[in-house]
Design a protein around this ligand. Sequence first.
Ligand code: CAA
Length: 386
Amino acid sequence: MTALTGTLVGPGVDFRLDEQLADLQRRAHEFADRELVPNAARWDREASFPRSAIDAAAREGFLRMTIPTEYGGLAASNVANCILLEEINRGCASTGVTVSVHNSLFSSPVAKHGTPEQKAEYLPKMATGEWLGAYCLSEAGAGSDAAALRCAARRDGDDWILDGAKLWITSGSVADCFVVFARTNEHRTRGISAFLVEKGYAGCSVGKKEVKLGLRGSPTTEILLENCRVPNKNMLGEEGNGFKIALDTLDGGRLGIAAQSLGIMRACLEAATKFACEHDAVGSQQRFQWKIADIATALDAARLLTWRAAHLRDIGENCTMQSAMAKSFASRMCNQAARDAVEICGAAGIGGGADVERLMRDARITEIYEGATDIQRLVVARGVMA
Ligand code: CAA
C-alpha cells in the first residue's frame, strides 16, 4: 500500500488540495453519487443498515484510512479523513457515521495504542471491511460525564472479567469488535482501562436497539457484558490509561462528526438551491438568497475550522480545543442550515420523503454524540482559560 499523506499546508498557507487529496475528494464524491444518493431515503424509511454501501466503501479503500500501511491501510492524514467523510455524509449520514466510527473510533486507537500482536490481529480485517469496529464508552449514568462509567473489569488469572451495560453504541449490532472502556479500580479517571472485545466472546451480546429520530440506517444499540472473559493480551494501552485513550480518540472522532456536519450542510445547500432556482424563475427572491448565502458562508467557515484542527492533529500538536471548536460550530451551523433548507422548501420540505426533512432529522445528532455541544463549549472554555 502507498501511504495517503496528502496535506493542506505547504510553506506558507495554501488552502488548495494537493493532487492526492483532490483525487480522494473526487472518488468519494463519485462514490456518494453512485452508491448513496439513490438509496439514502430508502435506508432511512426502512431503518435498514446500508450494508451494500459499506461493502462498496471497503472496495474503494475507505475503511482502511487510519490504518498503517504495514497492516494493509492507507495511513491517511486526518485532513484526508475529513475530506472523505464530508463527501460520504453529503450522500448518506448513516453510512457516514459507520465509516467514521470504524476509522476514527476503532482502527485509529488500535493503530496508536495497540501492541504489535493486537494490530496484526485486528487491523488487516478492519482494513478490508471483513470486520467492522465500534466504540463503547457511554453508559446510562455516564453520557456527558464519561468518567462516571461503572462497567467493571476484574482480573482473573490471565483474563479480565467484564460486567456492565454500554449504551448508545453506534454500529452495535453490526460491529465485530469493540473498544470497551471499563473500570479496573475506583480512581475516577485513572481507574479506567480499555479492552478489545470481540462480539463472539461469551458474555458479550447486543441489547435493545434504539428507534431514532435520524440516522435511522445506522444501528444504535446497547452492548451487554455479562461475566465476559477477555484475555489480558486484549487490554489496549496500559492499565489505568483508558480514559486518556478515550478522550484522545474523541479528539479525532469529533473531527469526523464536524466533517459529517459539513456533508449534511452541503446536501442542505444543494437541495435548497435547487428548490429556490426551480421555484423562482429569476432567482431573485431575497428570502431565498439570504438564507443560501448564510448556509454557504457557515459551511466554508466550519470547513476551515475542521481542516485547521485536522492539520494540527496531523502534525502531532494538541488539537483538543480546536477539535471541540470545529465540532461545536459545524454541528450548530449544520442544524441551522437544515432548518433554513426546510424553510426555503416550505410545505414541500416537510413530508413526502423530502430530502431536507431527512437531513433535518439527521442533523440533530451531530450536536449530541461524541460530546454534546455544551461539552464542546466546556472543552473550549477550559482550553482558553488554561
Ligand atoms: N486527550 C488525552 N487526555 C486527556 C484529554 C484529551 N483530549 N482531555 C483530558 N485528558 C486527560 C486529562 O489530562 C486528565 O489526566 P490526569 O488524570 O493525568 O490529570 C484526565 O484525562 C481527566 O481529564 P479531565 O479531568 O478533564 O476529565 P473530566 O472528567 O473533567 O471530563 C469531559 C472531561 C471533557 C467532560 C469528558 O468527560 C467528555 O469529553 N465528555 C463527553 C463524552 C463523550 O464525548 N462521549 C462520546 C461517546 S462516544 C460516541 O458518541 C460515539 C458515537 O456514537 C458516534
